[in-house]
Ligand binder design. Structure first.
Ligand code: AHR
Length: 381
């Protein structure tokens, strides 16, 4: 019965997301309803109606096979932020590799396309489907209290991953990154690098991530603390929405407005940095280890590390997207009636082109720097 309800809800979700231009899909391939959802990337209401038709014909079969196919699978709904970056792709893949039928799970995956309203709707659809667990990677850090209370009332434990929620503690556990620590590290590394290179004045442009996301808030807070400490000038700071096109657009406008005035660009993720590089190339601005502009990024996905190795990005501060195994551990603990750790921080590294700066300090703690090698690039996500 849970399967049939899931099917109906998937279709309802498909229709409503079609209306607001979002998409949904399921990574599970074992059941009729999840197959329907899996093949549905909603681009139009017509496609959504086709899904409904397919679901109606599957309905009878579904009821017949329900008892065998449902088995003891743990049904997990995952409301993912979107598909805006390489980091996000790695995060989604991590979940899809862990929450497989083979491992005992039925994963219902919804790509919320960076739309907060669609994400709330996704969570509510999971409640109506009566899933066993809900995973949320919150697009923004506020606006969660009501829906998390609804999850609690329905008796469905929520696990938050990656970004944090600031206006509720109504979830079982959080697994993710310390974004403020990433921002602090980027700032202190920049200070050590500028000293080593004899650069006395830093005039900085920042391309931020999605406004209101804890990744943007934390990295901005951490970096600004260091900028204030050393009296650096932040010329401007704009939202690039964590996308390559956003990074390019913001950098194009920076190149016009601050021509010849800046020597540092901070991009709050790799994809923004790729866009910024294109804009600087087009404007004839040189960057990286041999350029006029120090370029700093966050994430350190494979493509980002390749740019570090090539000397185009000076330093890349890792944000580790492989949270799914830790989330699974939380679910297994909850299944066993145990209380999981409330907060699990991902291990992260700071990557550079060379060892101009091999260590630096953040609040009295020594930070190691890792010089990017072929092996590191090959092993990265
Ligand atoms: O929340 C993690 C951030 O979101 C990553 O830095 C970025 O790439 C993603 O979009």
């Amino acid at each position: 019965m849970k399967k049939f309800l899931a099917l109906i809800m998937a279709c309802a979700m498909v229709l409503s997301l079609a209306a607001c231009g979002s998409s949904s899909s399921s990574s599970s391939s074992s059941t009729e309803e999840s197959e329907a959802a899996e093949t549905t990337t909603v681009a139009s209401e017509e496609e959504a109606e086709e899904t409904i038709a397919a679901s109606e014909s599957a309905e009878d079969e579904d009821e017949d096979s329900d008892s065998e196919s449902d088995g003891d699978l743990i049904v997990v709904g995952f409301a993912q932020v979107g598909h805006e970056s390489d980091w996000r792709t790695a995060s989604t893949q991590s979940c899809q590799e862990v929450f497989t039928e083979e491992n005992g799970y039925d994963l219902i995956f919804i790509d919320c396309d960076q739309d907060s309203a669609a994400q709330l709707e996704a969570v509510r659809s999971f409640i109506e489907q009566d899933v066993d667990y809900i995973i949320i990677d919150p697009i923004v850090s506020t606006g969660w209290d009501t829906v998390l209370t609804e999850c609690e009332d329905a008796g469905i434990p929520v696990i938050v991953i990656d970004r944090t929620i600031d206006d509720s503690t109504n979830y079982a556990a959080w697994v993710g990154s310390d974004f403020t620590a990433e921002g602090l590290a980027a700032g202190e590394w920049l200070n050590a690098y500028a000293e080593a290179m004899g650069i006395e004045e830093l005039n900085i442009l920042v391309i931020e991530g999605t406004t209101g996301s804890s990744a943007q808030l934390g990295r901005t807070e951490g970096f600004n603390e260091i900028a204030e400490k050393y009296g650096w000038t932040i010329l401007d700071s704009q939202d690039g929405d964590f996308t390559e096109s956003g990074g390019q657009e913001v950098m194009e406008s920076f190149c016009k407005s601050y021509e010849g005035q800046f020597n540092v660009v901070i991009c709050q993720n790799d994809n923004e940095a790729f866009g910024a590089m294109t804009a600087m190339d087009n404007a004839g601005v040189t960057y990286g280890v041999n350029g006029d502009v120090i370029l700093i990024s966050f994430d350190a996905c494979t493509a980002g590390l390749e740019e570090v190795q090539a000397g185009n990005i000076n330093a890349d501060f890792e944000c580790n997207p492989l949270a799914a195994p830790f989330v699974e551990e939380v679910i297994q603990q909850l299944e066993a009636g145990e209380t999981p750790e409330q907060e699990v921080y991902m291990e992260e590294h700071w990557y550079t082109y060379d060892d101009t700066v091999s260590t630096f300090e953040v609040n009295g703690e020594t930070q190691e720097v890792t010089v990017v090698t072929d092996e590191i690039v090959d092993a990265q996500y």
